[in-house]
Design a protein around this ligand. Structure first.
Ligand SMILES: Cc1cc2nc3c(=O)[nH]c(=O)nc-3n(C[C@H](O)[C@H](O)[C@H](O)COP(=O)(O)OP(=O)(O)OC[C@H]3O[C@@H](n4cnc5c(N)ncnc54)[C@H](O)[C@@H]3O)c2cc1C
Length: 378
C-alpha cells in the first residue's frame, strides 16, 4: 500500500474562499441538527443552487453537463460543504458514485439522459445493494431481473436504501442469471438504472434511531425495465459495484462527518482556554491531517484509473474511528454547562448518529477483513 500526495491545483484557495462566502450565507438557516446530518440531510433547493454554481459533476465533460475541472478542485468543494455541515444529500450520491459509474460504463444515451440532470442538482440517486439477507454477505442477494421481450422484469426487495423515498433513480445490483453450480456467487449479477416512478415499486420509509426517515425498504413487484436500463455489461455487476465502492469509501465524507463540532469546539476553546487542551487538539488535528492526505491520495489513484479498493477501505475505517471519537474528545475537554448552546446541540445530535458511521458503506469488521487479506494476515 502506498499513499502519494498530489499537488493542490492553482486556484484552489480562491475557490475555497468563494465556497466559504456562499456557505456562510446559505448556512444561516441550518440548525445544529441539520449540520450534524450533513450528507445525510436532503434539500433539493440547496442542491439546485450548488448545481447552478457549477459544483456538481465538476470533473465530468462539458458535453454531459460537467465542468471539466480537476479532481482536487472537486475535493475543495466537498471539504467545504462537509466542514459547514451543508445538507448535500440530494446530490451527494449522484455526484460521488452513480454519475461517475454512468460516465465510465453507461451507454451514450444514458450519459446524455442522466448526467446533465445530476450536474444541475435536479436528479437524486440512491444505492440499491443491501437486502434482508444480504448486507455484509452481499453476494447472497436475491432480487432478480429476468429477460423478457423488450427488456427485463424485476422482482425482489432492497433494504436500508438511503433516500429511496426522495430519489429519482436507484442503481440496483441484482441477479440476472443463477450463480454457476460450485462456481463463484459473484457471477451472474448486473447493475440497472431503475426509475423509481415505475409501476410495481413500493417504498416504505424506516425510521432510524434518531427519529428520522432516512432509509427505506424498497419492493419490486414485476417492474418492467427497458433493455437499455442495464448499466455496463450483463453479468459484470459485482466487479462494477465493488469498484464503485472505492469512490464511496475514500472521500472526505468518511472522516469529516463530525467536523462542524470540531470547528465550533475550537472556537469555544479559543474563547475559554482549558489548560492542557493543546495535547488533545493537537492529536485530533494531526490525525485529521493524515486522513486528509490519505483520502487525497486515493482520489489521485481513482483519477488515474487505478483500483484502490484496499486503500479506500483503510481510509473509511480509520476515518470512521476518528469521526466517531471526535465528539467524545470534545466532551472531555469542554464543560457542557459552559459550552455554547449550538455546540451542545450539535454534540447531542452527533451522539445519536455516530454509531451508524461504521455501518453505512460497509461495516468496520468487513473493511478490516479486506485490509487484513491485502496484508496477508488472513
Ligand atoms: C445509516 C445507514 C445507511 C445505509 N444506506 C444504505 C444504502 O443507501 N444502500 C444500501 O444498499 N445499504 C445501505 N445501508 C446498509 C449497510 O450497507 C449494511 O447495514 C451493512 O452492509 C451491514 O449489513 P447488515 O445490516 O445486513 O448487517 P450484517 O451483515 O448482518 O452484519 C451484522 C454484524 O455482523 C458483522 N459481520 C458480518 N459478517 C461478518 C464477517 N464475515 N466477519 C466479521 N464480522 C461480520 C458485521 O460487521 C456487523 O457488525 C445503510 C446502513 C446504515 C446504517
Amino acid at each position: 500500500m502506498r499513499f502519494d500526495l498530489p499537488d493542490t491545483p492553482p486556484g484552489a484557495e480562491a475557490l475555497r474562499a468563494e465556497l466559504r462566502a456562499f456557505l456562510a450565507e446559505a448556512g444561516r438557516a441550518w440548525t445544529p441538527e441539520i449540520r450534524a446530518r450533513s450528507w445525510m440531510g436532503f434539500d433539493r433547493d440547496f442542491s439546485r443552487e450548488v448545481g447552478a454554481r457549477g459544483w456538481i459533476g465538476m470533473t465530468w465533460p462539458k458535453a454531459y453537463g460537467g465542468h471539466e475541472r480537476s479532481g482536487l478542485e472537486r475535493v475543495v468543494v466537498l471539504e467545504e460543504m462537509l466542514a459547514a455541515g451543508a445538507p448535500v444529500g440530494a446530490h451527494w450520491i449522484g455526484d460521488r458514485q452513480s454519475g461517475p459509474l454512468i460516465l465510465r460504463l453507461g451507454t451514450e444515451e444514458q450519459r446524455r439522459r442522466i448526467l446533465p440532470g445530476i450536474a444541475r442538482g435536479e436528479l437524486a440517486f440512491c444505492i440499491g445493494l443491501s437486502e434482508p439477507d444480504a448486507g455484509s454477505d452481499l453476494a447472497n442477494l436475491r432480487t432478480k431481473a429476468e429477460r423478457v421481450p423488450g427488456g427485463w422484469k424485476l422482482n425482489g426487495r432492497k433494504i436500508w436504501t438511503t433516500f429511496a423515498h426522495k430519489s429519482d433513480y436507484m442503481i440496483a445490483l441484482v441477479r440476472t442469471s443463477p450463480a454457476p453450480e460450485g462456481g463463484s456467487r459473484h457471477a451472474g449479477l448486473s447493475q440497472f438504472l431503475v426509475d423509481l416512478r415505475l409501476s410495481g415499486i413500493s417504498i416504505r420509509p424506516i425510521r432510524d434511531l434518531a427519529g428520522a426517515d432516512s432509509f427505506n425498504e424498497v419492493t419490486f413487484d414485476d417492474v418492467m425495465l427497458k433493455e437499455d436500463d442495464l448499466v455496463g455489461a450483463e453479468g459484470a455487476g459485482w466487479a462494477q459495484a465493488t469498484s464503485e465502492l472505492a469512490f464511496e469509501r475514500s472521500g472526505p465524507d468518511r472522516y469529516l462527518s463530525s467536523y462542524p463540532a470540531l470547528s465550533l469546539g475550537l472556537d469555544a476553546l479559543a474563547a475559554n482556554p482549558v489548560p492542557g487542551a493543546e495535547v488533545t487538539v493537537g492529536r485530533m488535528v494531526a490525525r485529521l491531517s493524515a486522513l486528509r492526505g490519505m483520502s487525497l491520495s486515493v482520489g489521485g489513484m481513482l483519477e488515474r484509473g487505478e483500483d484502490p479498493a484496499v486503500e479506500a477501505a483503510l481510509v473509511k475505517d480509520v476515518g470512521n474511528v476518528f469521526e466517531q471519537a471526535l465528539p467524545e474528545h470534545l466532551r472531555g475537554l469542554l464543560d457542557p454547562e459552559d459550552s455554547p448552546a449550538e455546540l451542545r446541540a450539535l454534540l447531542a445530535a452527533l451522539t445519536q448518529l455516530t454509531p451508524t458511521f461504521s455501518l453505512r458503506g460497509g461495516t468496520r469488521e468487513i473493511l478490516r477483513g479486506i485490509i487484513a487479506r491485502d496484508l496477508g494476515l488472513r
